[in-house]
Design a protein around this ligand. Structure first.
Ligand SMILES: *[C@@H]1O[C@H](CO)[C@@H](O)[C@H](O)[C@H]1NC(C)=O
Ligand SMILES: *[C@@H]1O[C@H](CO)[C@@H](O)[C@H](O)[C@H]1NC(C)=O
Ligand SMILES: *[C@@H]1O[C@H](CO)[C@@H](O)[C@H](O)[C@H]1NC(C)=O
Ligand SMILES: *[C@@H]1O[C@H](CO)[C@@H](O)[C@H](O)[C@H]1NC(C)=O
Ligand SMILES: *[C@@H]1O[C@H](CO)[C@@H](O)[C@H](O)[C@H]1NC(C)=O
Ligand SMILES: *[C@@H]1O[C@H](CO)[C@@H](O)[C@H](O)[C@H]1NC(C)=O
Length: 652
C-alpha cells in the first residue's frame, strides 16, 4: 500500500476526481431521468410510491483491528505484520473488512441508492471472524460491531426531518458470526436474542418484539398489506450449531421456528399477501455439502412448496460465493403425498471449510445435480419454446411434440416448474474476492397507488400489536389437518408429528415466484468494487505526483474516498444469462443451460474458438475441449470476477 505521505500531493489533482460518483450512478437512465422526483423523495426523506427495487447486502464483517499495510496471512488476519492489506480491504483473502470499506460502501449506498429502493435485506455476519488467536473476540465487540452497522443503515436511510427514523424498512437476520462462540445459539429467550432486540430495535416492528426474543425471528411488512419479509433465524437449522438438534423434535427451537413460519405464511395467504424469506445460512444440499440439518431442509422444502402461491423468493448469504440452489419437492420424505425420487444422502460435516478448493467442489456438485434434472425434449431450442410464454411465430406443435411437452411438464411440476423452489445467495461485502452487493428489481405493476411503509409504519405497529403477537401459538390458525389417512397407503412412513401446510387452492393462479405478476422478481444487478483497479489508480497517482510534501492525514482520506466506487459486475438480463425474469423456471432454465456438457452432441453454447485469446492450447490435450459459456460465466461470477477463468478452468 501507499504510505500516507505519498498521497499528499494528490490533493491538488482534484479535477481528476471531478464527479466519480455521479458518473457511476448505477440505476440506468430511466431511473435518473426522473431526477425531479428523486430529489423530492430525497428531501422529503420518504418515497412517493414504490420504485420496484431493493438492496441485498450480506456478510459485511467489519473489523476494527484491520491495519492498512498489514500481512494478509491467515494467522494474523490483516491485524499485524507487513503485507499487502489495502486501505479498503485485502481482496482475495480471508481478512475481514476495514471500517474504511464499510464507511465508503454506505456512502456509496446513500449517494446512489437512497430514494431508489423500497427496502433493504441484510443477511447477517456483521462482526469480524474469531480467527486471531492473539485477539479473541468478546461479546461486547460482537455487539458493538453490529451496532456500528445498524447505525450506518439508520444514517444512510434516515429521514432528514426525523434523523432517528428510517425512510425505508431494513430487515436484518442473525449470522453465525454474530454470536459467541460462533455457530452456537441455544433456545431462546437468551442473552443474544435480548441483545439483538436492542441492536435492531429500529428494524423489528413493535408487535414482533416478543416473538423475536423467543427465537430471533420476525416479520416486517415492507409494503403494508402487500408484501412481508420474513427474517428466519437459520442458526436453528444450521448443522454446525451443536446447541440444537434439527426441526423434527417438538422440544427443539427449529421445530418451533418451522411452526411459526407455517403460521406466518398461512396468515399472509389469508390476507392475500406475499412473502420474501431471508436468512443467513442457505439451505445448500448437494453431494459435497449440506448446511442445514436434514429435518429442517425437509420441512422448509415442504413449506415453500405448499406456500408456493405466497413465497416470492428467498435470499441468503454466508457462503460468500454468488450462486443459487433449487429445492426439489420430490426429495420430501416426511409426508406420504410426496414421492421422494431417491434416497441420496447429502454430505455432512463439511460446513465450515472455506477456500476456493472446497467452494469449487461444492459448485461442481451443484452442477452435477443440475445435470440430473429432467431434461427438456430433444434440445434447448425446444426447451426455449416450452419455457417461453408464447413463442413468436410458432406453428401449432405437432402431436409428438405436444406429447413430449406434456411428459416434460409432468416431470417438472407443470409449465411453471412448480416441482422446484429457488434460494438465491448473494456473495459478500467482505472481500474474500471483491466487495459486492446486489440490487433486485421486482414488478410493481398495479401497485402504483399503494401505501408505502414510510407512510404507514407508525400506524402498523399500533394496529396489529394485539393481532399476531404470539404468532407461533396462535390458535386461530392451528386448524390444519394432520393427515389421518396415511394408513391406507400401506407405506411404512410415520405419521407426521406436525401439521402439514395446505397447498394453494386448486383454482389459485401460480404465485409470483412462478409467473410474472406484481411482486415477481424481474432481474438483479450485481455491483462490485474492483479493488485491483482502485489500488492501481492510487499507485499511478503516486508515480505522477510529487510526494515530498507532508499534509495532514485527513486529506489522504478524501483522496481515497474519491477513488472508491462500485460498478456493475453483471445483470441477469445480460447476453449470457438472458433471464426473462427471476421466476423458478427461469432459474431452472439457467441451471439446465449451465449444466449442459454437450454430451448429446448438441451445439449448446460453447465458446467460439476465435474468442479464446489464450494460446496455451499448444500442449494439445485441450484444443478441442468445448466450453460451456453459461457455466464459465456462472463460475466467474461465483467468485465475483476476482479469478480469471483459467484459474477456474478445472471446475467441471
Ligand atoms: C468510519 O465512520 C465512523 C463513523 O460512522 C468513524 O467514526 C470512523 O472514523 C470512520 N472510519 C474510517 C476509517 O473512515
Ligand atoms: C396508511 O396511512 C394512511 C394515513 O395515515 C391511511 O389513510 C391508510 O388507510 C393507511 N393504509 C394502510 C394500508 O394502513
Ligand atoms: C408485471 O406483471 C404484469 C402482469 O401482472 C405483466 O403484464 C407485466 O409485463 C410485468 N412487468 C414487467 C416489467 O415484467
Ligand atoms: C430489469 O427489468 C426491468 C423490467 O423489465 C427493466 O426496466 C430494467 O431495465 C431491468 N434492469 C436491468 C439491469 O436489466
Ligand atoms: C479490475 O481492474 C483491473 C485493473 O484495472 C482489471 O485488469 C480487471 O479486468 C478488472 N476486473 C474486472 C472484473 O473488471
Ligand atoms: C518534487 O519537488 C521537489 C522539491 O519540492 C523538487 O526538487 C523536485 O524536482 C520535484 N519533482 C518532480 C518530479 O516534480
Amino acid at each position: 500500500m501507499i504510505p500516507n505521505s505519498l498521497l499528499a500531493g494528490i490533493l491538488f489533482l482534484g479535477s481528476v476526481f471531478a464527479s466519480p460518483l455521479s458518473d457511476q450512478r448505477p440505476l440506468g437512465h430511466e431511473a435518473l431521468s426522473s431526477t425531479a422526483d428523486a430529489d423530492i423523495a430525497n428531501t422529503a426523506g420518504s418515497q412517493r410510491g414504490l420504485s420496484g427495487r431493493f438492496l441485498h447486502i450480506t456478510d459485511l464483517h467489519p473489523d476494527r483491528l484491520y491495519k492498512n499495510g498489514a500481512s494478509t496471512s491467515d494467522d494474523v488476519s490483516c491485524h499485524r505484520g507487513e503485507g499487502r492489506a489495502g486501505y479498503f480491504g485485502a481482496e482475495g483473502t480471508e481478512c475481514d473488512a476495514p471500517l474504511a470499506l464499510i464507511n465508503e460502501t454506505f456512502r456509496w449506498i446513500e449517494n446512489n441508492l437512497k430514494g431508489e429502493i423500497d427496502f433493504v435485506i441484510w443477511t447477517g455476519d456483521s462482526a469480524r471472524h474469531d480467527n486471531d488467536l492473539k485477539n479473541p473476540r468478546t461479546p461486547d465487540e460482537v455487539i458493538s460491531l453490529n451496532e456500528f452497522i445498524a447505525d450506518k443503515f439508520v444514517d444512510a436511510f434516515k429521514r432528514p426531518e426525523a434523523p432517528h427514523t428510517l425512510s425505508i424498512p431494513v430487515i436484518p437476520t442473525l449470522g453465525n458470526n454474530d454470536i459467541m462462540p460462533h455457530n452456537i445459539l441455544a433456545d431462546g429467550p437468551n442473552k443474544w436474542t435480548k441483545h439483538y432486540l436492542d441492536v435492531w430495535t429500529r428494524f423489528i416492528p413493535e408487535h414482533q418484539r416478543h416473538s423475536f426474543v423467543e427465537g430471533g425471528w420476525f416479520t416486517s411488512e415492507v409494503i403494508p398489506n402487500q408484501l412481508a419479509v420474513i427474517s428466519l433465524n437459520t442458526m436453528y437449522f444450521f448443522d454446525s450449531n451443536s446447541a440444537v438438534d434439527g426441526c423434527a423434535d417438538k422440544s427443539e427451537p427449529g421445530y418451533e421456528h418451522m411452526e411459526w413460519l407455517r403460521v406466518q405464511l398461512k396468515i399472509l395467504r389469508s390476507r392475500g399477501m406475499k412473502a420474501i424469506l431471508i436468512g443467513h445460512v442457505p439451505p445448500a444440499r448437494t453431494s459435497s455439502k449440506q448446511n442445514w440439518d436434514e429435518t429442517c431442509w425437509q420441512k422448509y422444502t415442504l413449506w415453500v412448496h405448499q406456500y408456493r402461491d405466497v413465497v416470492v423468493g428467498s435470499a441468503y448469504g454466508h457462503m460468500n460465493i454468488d450462486h443459487f440452489m433449487l429445492q426439489d419437492s420430490r426429495k420430501i420424505e416426511i409426508v406420504d403425498d410426496f414421492e421422494a425420487s431417491s434416497s441420496d444422502i447429502p454430505a455432512k460435516g463439511l460446513s465450515d471449510r472455506v477456500g476456493v478448493q472446497s467452494r469449487s467442489e461444492y459448485l461442481s456438485s451443484l452442477r452435477k445435480d443440475w445435470s440430473q434434472m429432467p431434461s427438456p425434449p430433444d434440445d434447448l431450442s425446444i426447451m426455449e419454446e416450452l419455457m417461453g410464454e408464447s413463442p413468436p411465430g410458432s406453428e401449432t406443435p405437432s402431436k409428438i411434440s405436444k406429447k413430449k411437452r406434456k411428459k416434460f411438464y409432468k416431470k417438472i411440476g407443470g409449465p411453471w416448474a412448480e416441482r422446484y423452489s429457488v434460494s438465491l445467495v448473494s456473495p459478500s461485502l467482505v472481500p474474500n474476492y471483491f466487495p459486492t452487493l446486489r440490487v433486485v428489481e421486482y414488478n410493481i405493476t398495479g401497485l402504483e397507488g399503494v401505501a408505502t411503509w414510510a407512510e404507514n409504519s407508525s400506524d402498523l405497529s399500533q394496529e396489529r400489536s394485539h393481532e399476531t403477537d404470539d404468532g407461533f401459538i396462535d390458535d386461530n390458525f392451528a386448524d390444519e389437518e394432520t393427515p389421518e389417512n396415511s394408513g391406507k397407503k400401506k407405506k411404512k412412513k410415520k405419521k407426521p408429528n406436525f401439521k402439514v401446510p395446505e397447498p394453494p387452492s386448486p383454482s389459485a393462479p401460480p404465485g409470483p415466484a412462478y409467473s410474472n405478476q406484481p411482486l415477481t422478481w424481474l432481474n438483479y444487478t450485481q455491483y462490485f468494487a474492483n479493488l485491483t483497479r482502485i489500488y492501481e489508480e492510487l499507485a499511478e497517482l503516486e508515480q505522477s505526483t510529487n510526494t515530498t510534501n507532508q499534509f495532514i492525514e485527513e486529506s489522504d482520506e478524501e483522496i481515497y474516498k474519491d477513488l472508491f466506487s462500485f460498478e456493475v459486475e453483471y445483470d441477469t438480463k445480460d447476453h449470457i444469462y438472458k433471464m426473462d425474469d427471476l421466476t423458478v423456471r427461469s432459474f431452472f432454465k439457467l441451471a439446465t443451460r449451465a449444466a449442459d456438457n454437450f454430451a448429446d452432441g448438441s451445439e449448446g453454447e460453447e465458446a467460439d474458438s476465435d474468442d479464446d485469446d489464450d494460446d496455451d492450447d499448444d500442449d494439445g490435450s485441450t484444443v478441442t475441449k468445448k466450453k460451456n459459456l453459461v457455466w464459465r460465466a456462472f463460475l466467474e461470477r461465483a467468485f465475483v470476477k476476482y479469478m480469471s477463468y483459467d484459474e477456474l478452468d478445472d471446475i467441471e
